[in-house]
Design a protein around this ligand. Structure first.
Ligand code: NAD
Ligand code: DAU
Length: 363
């Protein structure tokens, strides 16, 4: 396959590109990324010989057309604005990239692929398109009606509908995945898990929205990427696959687990204490002392959960990481890659999150 990976310098996209390179399944890998605040070429370090990186937007019709002219047979479409909080404050970019951008790619694929045989367009989407579950509702599945609540979720829902319509109307060979919350290496520290890890290390407050009892279904990014590769190889054209880890956990429990892991590691390792002197455990206290309740996210979805029966039975998918092993690995990755997150934090991100969240007062 000759594959175009959009958003390949972001969190999941870069993990996917790494897996693709390891798999040796692709003769050509082109990564198209506009390097927004969330895109980072360091996420692709070491892969320069195996990929062609193109800096640009998915909405740039001329650029995208020129990439398809290089003989692209497959698309893995990750590029998006992905952070719910940002979509609540500044929704425009979500409409522009997630809806208009996805449509540009669909148009270009349709125009370039005169013959659809051997072609595949995988649209990477989210479980947030389904809305929010009550405590005893059954988990989301491929037939759950759409009911997006945030501007982010609505923009992703809109893009899913466009993809589906391009398959139904023009026969474009599409595949859609709707995955639950990811975590792992290279995740930008504005999302819950990496934000809590770096804040614990730096001795900063851990902002918990509302009562902290909102539930997410966590999946390690390596398992999401493995599932996507299976879909790309063996998924049935025109179908949708729900992906999840069967790991429903309340936010507050995730935060407590991260505090426990870092308290434990610090207690055993004096080197860590001197590297992170502001971390409470370096001074004999628990990271839990940093927990700080803040006002809730507007329109906050209460619970997500995925029923992954279809991908498990049809494609033989099963996650390799459980939440315990995945969180341990993730904490170790952030400890071993301090330069990566310090470089990220030196950017504009810190000011944005402090203005919008840490300074907005207690719940
Ligand atoms: P991310 O924000 O880390 O990365 C997005 C990437 O897209 C960045 O590299 C960014 O520079 C690039 N990008 C943004 N706008 C662009 C544009 N107009 N043109 C080209 N590139 C652009 O996001 P992520 O968490 O890696 O998510 C990737 C995809 O997976 C998204 O489509 C998201 O909706 C979906 N998803 C994410 C999760 C999750 O938990 N993070 C779960 C399910 C689905
Ligand atoms: O479900 C899949 C989605 O998961 C993806 O489509 C999104 O791209 C991805 O960002 C993620 O969305 P969430 O809003 O669930 O993720 P986030 O990490 O922002 O928040 C997880 C939960 O933690 C949510 O209930 C809000 C809460 N939270 C988050 C942050 C950043 C806090 O309590 N405090 C925080 O500081």
């Amino acid at each position: 396959m000759k594959i175009l990976v959009t958003g390949g310098a972001g969190f999941i996209g870069s993990n996917f590109v790494r897996l693709l390179v390891e798999s040796k399944l692709a003769q050509k890998i082109i990564v198209l990324d506009s390097l927004t605040y969330a895109g980072n070429l360091q996420n692709l370090a070491g892969l320069e010989q195996q990929i062609e990186f193109v800096h640009g937007k998915i909405q740039d019709d001329t650029l995208v057309k020129s990439l398809f002219e290089k003989g692209i047979t497959h698309v893995a479409h990750f590029a998006a604005e992905s952070h719910v909080d940002r979509s609540i404050h500044e929704p425009d970019a979500f409409i522009e990239t997630n809806i208009i951008g996805t449509h540009s790619l669909l148009k270009a694929a349709r125009a370039a692929w005169k013959d659809f045989a051997g072609k595949k367009f995988l649209h990477v989407s989210t479980d947030e398109v389904f809305g929010s579950l009550a405590p005893h509702d059954p988990a989301f599945h491929e037939k759950t009606p759409y009911s997006p609540n945030s501007p982010y979720a609505a923009s992703k829902a809109s893009s899913d509908h466009l993809v589906r319509a391009y398959h139904h109307t023009y026969g474009l060979p599409t595949l859609i995945s709707n995955c639950s919350n990811n975590y792992g290496s290279f995740q930008f520290p504005e999302k819950l898990i990496p934000l809590m890890i770096v804040n614990i290390l730096e001795g900063k407050k851990l902002p918990i929205y509302g009562d902290g009892k909102q539930i997410r279904d966590w999946l390690h990014v390596s398992d999401h990427c493995a599932a996507l590769l299976k879909i790309l190889q063996n998924g049935v054209i025109g179908e949708t696959y729900a992906i999840g880890g069967r790991n429903e956990v309340a936010n507050i429990d995730i935060v407590d687990s991260l505090c426990d892991i870092l308290d434990g590691l610090m207690a055993k390792d004096t080197g860590l204490k001197s590297r992170f002197p502001n971390c409470p455990a370096a001074k004999g206290a628990s990271a839990k002392t940093l927990k700080h309740n803040v006002a809730d996210r507007l329109g906050h979805d209460r619970r997500y959960a995925i029923n992954a029966d279809k991908i498990e039975s049809a494609l033989g998918f099963s996650p390799k990481e459980n939440l315990k092993s995945g969180l341990q690995k993730t904490v170790h990755w952030y400890l071993e890659n301090e330069d990566w997150w310090r470089n990220v934090l030196n950017g504009s991100y810190r000011q944005w999150i402090e203005k919008n969240y840490l300074d907005r007062g207690k719940a």
